[in-house]
Design a binder for this molecule. Structure first.
Ligand code: PLP
Length: 443
């Protein structure tokens, strides 16, 4: 017996009513890929308000790392509920925060931690830490075209994945320089990896650092080792290694934005661990607490050196979120990192075989359970097939599989890290049918 059960075509009558009410009272600036109104979640299964059951390949946008309502996470939350709910780290102390910070620096490179409430807040803090480290003497920051770092003013200024994210909001934070990301499937230099000899890295060194900004004025380079919102694009291994060398050479801090690709998603604690490099600062959020709001900045001792009063917040490091995070890390350590690696390889293999069969699947790429499948009009012209993407996402939803897009025309796969092989198979059988149909209708 499969897990999917569609009892009424979604959105059913109850979902429709709630969506109508939502439209009246919530600002409609969200993206809203699908008219899904969730009522209940368990493991990798979501039930909507009309009783339809779906396999969830989103994990609420790469957040529910241990699945919906993991019983061990729930138990940890309940225990903390009986102790205390809040006592601001800005002014006081509690052991839970110390324990999580100790754990984080145990499993990843870094010596000091600052807790936040979200990915964007982790990025904002990292900007201040980097500029503060150089006492304001290095005002510039380099980030990548295609990157997504969040929607607050500083994080948005680093972001460059869709113009709508930035439109109307200028002036943005000054001092940000965008450079091309190694998106090899769509190389801005029209070269082919690895024959390109990393032209995009050379571009930073030979053009940006000679003609635009002197590297001794750059505080940090921010990079997503795997671009998330920008299309699930992993940077090539040599690129990350060479970028690390370049930053060492110029005394520039390397900030790895691991908000989406970190905390086990790639089968390792951090995506950078696949590249065997140590950044100076790591930003975390999303999957760190299995759905509760929490983020963290982890960095080198000397870098995490802002003085008292220079940076703080009211809610960062909420004890309930921390309890959920400690339980999440235990689960990842015990089996889910391994499961992410195993199931990720399996999913990547299956999607790669689909790519061989269909001319409309231009690229399949990823690490662990962070996989993108880019849809194109043909492998030859590589024209993004946004219409097919939308049909696949909608068709999958109507048949009980939850996926959303990234970049221009990529399907993103970021399921809970405890998804089973059977669940992947069940979802992929449907997805394959849907892709076939979407292609037929589109041509
Ligand atoms: N950084 C990355 C890589 C992200 O994917 C996101 C969100 O998608 C953010 C930062 C911003 O996180 P939040 O939405 O929690 O502010």
């Amino acid at each position: 017996m499969g897990k999917i059960n569609i009892v009424v075509e979604p959105p059913g009558p109850r979902a429709q009513k709630i969506i109508e009410r939502d439209k009246k009272v919530l600002m409609q600036s969200y993206v809203r890929w699908l008219p899904l109104v969730i009522r209940y979640g368990e493991g990798s299964v979501v039930e909507d308000v009309d009783g339809n059951r779906y396999i969830d390949l989103n994990a609420g946008i790469a957040v529910l790392s241990t699945g919906h309502r993991n019983p061990i996470v729930i138990e940890a939350i309940k225990k903390q509920l009986d102790r205390f709910l809040h006592y601001s780290l800005t002014d006081f102390y509690y052991e839970e925060a110390v324990a999580l910070a100790e754990k984080l620096i145990d499993i990843m490179p870094g010596d000091k931690v600052f807790f936040t409430n979200s990915g964007a807040e982790s990025i904002e803090g990292a900007i201040k830490i980097a500029r503060g480290y150089y006492k304001g003497k290095r005002p510039y920051i380099v980030s990548f075209i295609g990157s997504f770092h969040g929607r607050t003013m500083g994080a948005m200024s680093l972001t460059a994945s869709k113009t709508i994210h930035r439109k109307y909001f200028s002036p943005l934070m000054p001092g940000v320089i965008h450079v091309p990301y190694p998106y090899c499937f769509r190389c801005v230099f029209n070269l082919k990896y690895p024959d390109c000899a990393l032209a995009c890295l050379d571009f930073i060194d030979k053009w940006i650092f000679r003609k635009v900004v002197s590297p001794d004025e750059v505080a940090a380079i921010f990079i997503e080792p795997i671009q998330g919102e920008g299309g699930y694009v992993p940077a090539p291994r040599e690129f990350m290694r060479e970028l690390r060398e370049l930053t060492y050479e110029h005394g520039i801090l390397l900030v790895a934005d691991e908000v989406q690709c970190g905390m086990g998603r790639t089968g390792k604690w951090l995506a950078v661990q696949n590249y065997k490099i140590n950044p100076d600062i790591i930003t975390l959020a999303k999957g760190i607490a299995s759905g509760l709001p929490l983020g963290a900045i982890v960095g080198r001792e000397d870098v995490m050196s802002l003085e008292p009063g220079a940076h703080a917040n009211t809610f960062g490091g909420n004890p309930i979120s921390i309890a959920a995070s400690l339980a999440t890390i235990d689960l990842l350590e015990n089996s889910l990192l391994e499961n992410a690696a195993i199931q990720g390889e399996y999913l990547l293999g299956k999607l790669s075989r689909l790519m061989e069969r269909y001319d409309y699947i231009g690229d399949v790429r990823g690490l662990g359970l962070m996989i993108g499948m880019e849809l194109v009009r043909s492998k030859k012209n590589k024209e993004p097939a946004k219409d097919i993407l939308n049909k696949v996402i909608e068709g999958a939803f109507k048949r009980g599989v939850l996926v959303i897009g990234a970049g221009e025309s990529t399907i993103r796969f970021s399921p809970p890290l405890n998804i089973t092989r059977e669940e992947i198979d069940e979802a992929l059988n449907i997805l394959e049918e849907v892709i076939e149909e979407a292609i037929k209708i589109s041509f």
